[in-house]
Design a binder for this molecule. Structure first.
Ligand code: SAM
Length: 327
């Protein structure tokens, strides 16, 4: 039977994570980060393991050389083991960005950001799946930064990046606190949706609300815009109802003052668990000298991504829009 490279890697990650999970009595995702780190360092880093376990792990690790696998094979296999771990421990706002969405964002970044080398920020980097998908699908030189508040997710992101040989700079912090980074040329983020509990911090943002908690997804958009160079682009995965909430007029005003809305692409609902969690991609350009607004924004509703014929029509529409407005 032929086993694909992704399956081979999945089996290695999964089996060694299970061994470590049992012996370290930790969660599967923590064990996965540990086994990834072992593979990257070429050593067994956990000192508390029995001799027998060390022997079993060494045997498994010796059967595979990462050099024989592409970055995309490694990313996909890592994505599958993370999905397995996430099923055990479901946290709705920590969902990994699906592949199909990552590839679409990758296509948009490649299309809009014309510089041969640029700086890219993902302030909600999670497991790094979206960020590494975008980097793997680009032919440009990208220097990237990922920020994440959850310490297990950022560990997974860091291991994911190391295994793929991606020199990403990571920060484990609340992205709505001050970010000590140089401005970037592009921002991508699958935004955490909901209320931001820290009202004192929120008070620093124009998009704070007067009453109660502010929307964290609105504050993330403002934070992204603040850290982008004039003329830079931002690609956010946002809830479909972004412009329908009671705080939407304020957001609209802010976006009008600081950015040009390039487009809003509604993703097919079948990618998401239910209609209420369905998302769109909001594309913005930060205002700056000599930056012209598009004649009109690109508004599309994407068909099922597996419908090649309809997808082709949309890609042609996007191409025409791009030529007329940006070309
Ligand atoms: N794109 C990510 C991936 O491929 O794994 C998934 C992003 S997930 C939809 C949103 C992420 O935002 C979660 O990982 C969550 O922990 C993170 N997050 C939520 N609030 C945050 C904050 N204030 N600062 C930094 N990260 C935050």
């Amino acid at each position: 039977m032929n086993i694909s490279p992704v399956e081979e890697l999945f089996t290695l990650f999964n089996e060694t994570a299970l061994i470590l999970q049992e012996e370290l009595t930790c969660s599967y995702l923590e064990a996965l980060a540990e086994t990834g780190e072992n593979l990257f360092q070429g050593a067994i880093l956990q000192e508390e393991l029995s001799e027998l376990t060390v022997k079993r792990l060494k045997k498994q690790y010796s059967e595979i050389s990462l050099d024989n696998y592409s970055n995309e094979d490694i990313r996909k296999a890592f994505q599958l083991v993370i999905l397995k771990g996430m099923k055990e421990n479901v946290q709705p706002n920590h969902q990994m960005t699906p592949d199909s969405v990552g590839m679409l964002v990758g296509y948009l970044v490649e299309k809009f950001v014309q510089k041969p080398s640029f700086r890219l920020l993902d302030p909600a980097v999670g497991t790094g799946n979206l960020l590494t998908t975008v980097i793997n699908h680009s032919r440009k030189q990208i220097s990237s930064i990922g920020v994440e508040i959850d310490d297990i997710l950022i560990k997974l992101a860091y291991v994911n990046a190391n295994l793929q040989g991606q020199p990403i700079q990571f920060f484990n912090q609340d992205s709505l606190e001050s970010l000590f980074i140089e401005p970037v040329d592009a921002v991508i983020a699958d935004l955490p949706v909901g209320y931001y509990p820290n009202d004192i911090r929120a008070a620093d943002y124009q998009l704070k609300t007067e009453k109660g908690h502010s929307y964290s997804h609105h504050l993330f958009i403002e934070q992204g815009v603040r850290h982008t160079n004039p003329g830079g682009y931002l690609f956010f995965l946002v809830p479909n109802g972004l412009f329908e909430s009671e705080q939407a007029p304020q957001l609209h005003e802010y976006l009008k003052d600081h950015t040009y809305i390039q487009g809003l692409m509604q993703l097919p609902t079948n990618i998401f668990k239910n209609k209420t969690s369905a998302k769109s991609i909001l594309i913005l350009q930060k205002k700056g000298e000599n930056i012209q607004p598009p004649k009109q924004a690109l508004l599309v509703k994407l068909p099922s991504l597996s419908n090649a014929f309809e997808m082709d029509k949309i890609l042609t529409k996007m191409e025409n829009w791009y030529q007329e407005n940006k070309g």
